[in-house]
Design a protein around this ligand. Sequence first.
Ligand SMILES: Nc1ncnc2c1ncn2[C@@H]1O[C@H](COP(=O)(O)OP(=O)(O)OP(=O)(O)O)[C@@H](O)[C@H]1O
Length: 558
Amino acid sequence: MSAPHSDRLRTVFLRHRAGLLLTVLLLWTTMLAGTALLGLSGGFLTASALAGAAGLGSGFNFFTPSAGIRGLTMARIASRYFEKLVGHDVTLRIARDARVWFFRRALPLAPGRLGGTRTGELLARLLGDIAEVDGLWVRALAPLMALGAMGVVAIASAWLILPEAAALLAAAALLVGVGVPWLGVHGRGAEERDRAEHRTRLRNLSFEGIEGAADLAALDALDHWQGRVDVAARQLRARDRRRRWRLVSSTALHGLLTGATLLSMLLLALSAHGQGRIDAPLAAGLVFLTVALIELWAGLGLAWQSLQSGRVAVARLHGIVDQPPMVDEPVQPQPVPTVAATLQWEQVRFAWPADARNVLDGIDLTLAPGQRIAIRGDSGSGKTTLSSLLLRLHDPGSGRITHGGVDLRAYAQEDWHRQIAWLPQHAPVFAGSVAGNLRLGDPGASDEVLWAMLERVRLGDWARAVGGLQGWVGENGATLSAGQARRLALARALLRGSPILVLDEPTEGLDVDTAHALLRDLPVLLEGRSLLMITHDALPEGVVDVVYRLQDGKLFVD
Ligand SMILES: Nc1ncnc2c1ncn2[C@@H]1O[C@H](COP(=O)(O)OP(=O)(O)OP(=O)(O)O)[C@@H](O)[C@H]1O
């Protein structure tokens, strides 16, 4: 399923069309003022020199051209200032909106679709590709459009002075503006994609190396990893060098052509003046107009190259976000009942793609409001799969899960997720404050509510010791023990206040005493919520009402 027409990346640009058009207009005005300035100054200098040589000093009109030069100088300064101001402002707005657009489109694909993409790859797209895209306007499209418009004005002006000069400028504009850049970028799409892939590879290796630095050090594999990073860096450098060489060679060709254009214009202007068709100031004006255009054309190669890498980046971003979601949203979602209702798995079967075997093979299960059940089973028996169907990260292959008799497929995902607090197997603790971590569960919770929750999960003393709610929690819970990290994540899940709590291995990594203390606290902490707990461990008496065993895709009461 492709993205709705209205949610393409181009809509982010269209939203800022007024600012974008103004940038092109201001850029064009700057170019126009600069070119006219050079043409007028050249003509004026020639005319003054000739007047001086002819001894016409007092009769020569200095004032009109010098007023024009002053006016054009001021106009150029003002338009350049506003062009930078508006251009940067609109670029920053696009940078912001493009990131929001990417997140908004990508997040619903997590974890089902994004789970298959490496974190470094996602980072590369989020950082590198979006940076290429948000600079697309100021680096590529705006200069190309302004230069096109500038070319038309310059050729039309030259036509009024000397038609052959206009023809020469038109031919040069075609060669330099289209021909040379075309040679530079034609058929290079594959090379650009290859370069983007290598950039991603380097980012992946660096990112994963930093993430796994402790394990690599313990395995004495740091040098090996560093070697892989070096190879990836060298490969990327080789591609960057090749790309720079392409730019250098097209710049050299560009230089040759513009040099030949200038020489031809000089000869043309001299010959037209020699034939008495134009006076000396106009002839000089033509030559200076050419000089000004050549100066503007210098940025063409870079603009075309940015356009190409921007297009590759847009395609890569769409490659991520245009993936179809794992589950379909109903066209007309049903409202989720406000009172707690019974959950029912009815003959649920599920197989992972590319796996012929049904991980779940006819599951019937009931979870009544306030009931607490546990699912045990060997590793790989499908316990997490069972809970992911409840979260509607995937839909059953056959059978259904109902809530108060309504198939979960009838609810909007967002509405349904509000009913569930989930503590996944590897719930992260985020770098930040204790309060910041807790408020992910309930952004509006007061400090009193947070302290009460910390006490209930028995983290009150720990929180006071690390400096209270503003105490710093290291990345991945580096400053917490495994048990404290689990309790903090549990507190966050409980703060959601949802009627159903799903705990996936809540005691993993905890010693038996800590695990049992946490489990014994659970019935009180739940305050009447339903509980679906996935666990390997034997549970102390009274923690849950029923324990099931999942084996060969079927559930048995333990
Ligand atoms: N995203 C996935 N894509 C393909 N196969 C998967 C995926 N997730 C799990 N599986 C497979 O489904 C089976 C059940 O996995 P699941 O994670 O549900 O087991 P589990 O009982 O929770 O295991 P553990 O106790 O080790 O966490 C396994 O064979 C696993 O390889």
